[in-house]
Design a binder for this molecule. Structure first.
Ligand code: 13P
Length: 248
């Protein structure tokens, strides 16, 4: 059976002091429960120091598509590995919309992450305008196909997909469990058409205004395998409750 996996995306939040308090609350509460926190680059060393030996893995929120070189301000996959990262988010909608990351660039980041031995958490999802014009499946397919074309369907055996409808991110407006399930089933079906065994094992997280109060019904959907959590991952009690709901 495929596992459930909850990851926190801290986005550009935190400080050494705030992180220390959050991580020291999470560690005992999540003992024995696999979870992930994706922290800002400067705090990777802190995550490594605090979380080594715990059940919480850590990762970054972005990675350069190039391995090394004259790319001022960028961070390579091998640098993330140096700080013990297991995961890295690629193609978050904030990167796509605010920093102009194309499907092709996201696919290159995915390839770079896997080449270094990191597990990419590939974000896909439609905007409100796209949902309202009925192109949700076309958008998600295009985002997914860019990665499958670049890396092959078998690469998904070593990746996580996060379905994050853009209209549900940070808005308090969660997709209903049925809406989310429908897109998750579509994603799994599209992968299954290429490789049924990869599709069966593929972890597909839901992201977008997940909180303790709505986690259980989202996690109960057959094709929802965990969550990618923004705001609620910064609040220890909330994140712990979401991870526990997924682990049930
Ligand atoms: P919120 O949980 O704050 O809506 O953010 C979701 C998200 O973007 C996680 O990557």
């Amino acid at each position: 059976m495929r596992k459930k996996l909850v990851a926190g995306n801290w986005k550009m939040h935190g400080s050494l002091a705030e992180n220390a308090a959050l991580l020291s609350a999470l560690k005992p509460a999540l003992a024995g429960i696999e979870a992930v926190v994706c922290v800002p680059f400067p705090y990777l060393a802190q995550a490594q120091a605090e979380l080594t030996g715990s059940s919480i893995a850590w990762g970054a929120q972005n990675v350069c598509e190039e391995a090394k070189g004259a790319f001022t301000g960028e961070v390579s996959a091998s640098m993330l590995l140096d700080f013990g990262c297991t995961y890295v988010i690629v193609g978050h909608s904030e990167r796509r919309s605010l920093y102009g990351e194309s499907d092709t660039l996201v696919a290159r980041k995915y390839v770079a992450a896997q080449a270094a031995g990191l597990t990419p958490i590939l974000c896909v999802g439609e905007s409100l305008a796209e949902r309202e014009s009925g192109v949700t499946e076309a958008v998600v397919s295009r985002q997914l196909d860019a990665v499958i074309d670049a890396a092959g369907v078998a690469s998904l055996a070593k990746a996580v997909i996060a379905y994050e409808p853009v209209w549900a991110i940070g808005t308090g407006k969660t997709a209903s469990p049925e809406q989310a399930q429908a897109v998750h089933a579509f994603i799994r079906g599209r992968v299954a058409a290429l490789d049924a065994s990869v599709a069966g094992q593929l972890v597909i997280q839901y992201g977008g205004s997940v909180k303790a109060a709505n986690a259980a019904e989202l996690m109960a959907q057959p094709d929802i395998d965990g969550g990618l959590i923004g705001g609620a991952s910064l609040v220890a009690d909330e994140f712990v409750a979401i991870c526990r709901a997924a682990a049930k």
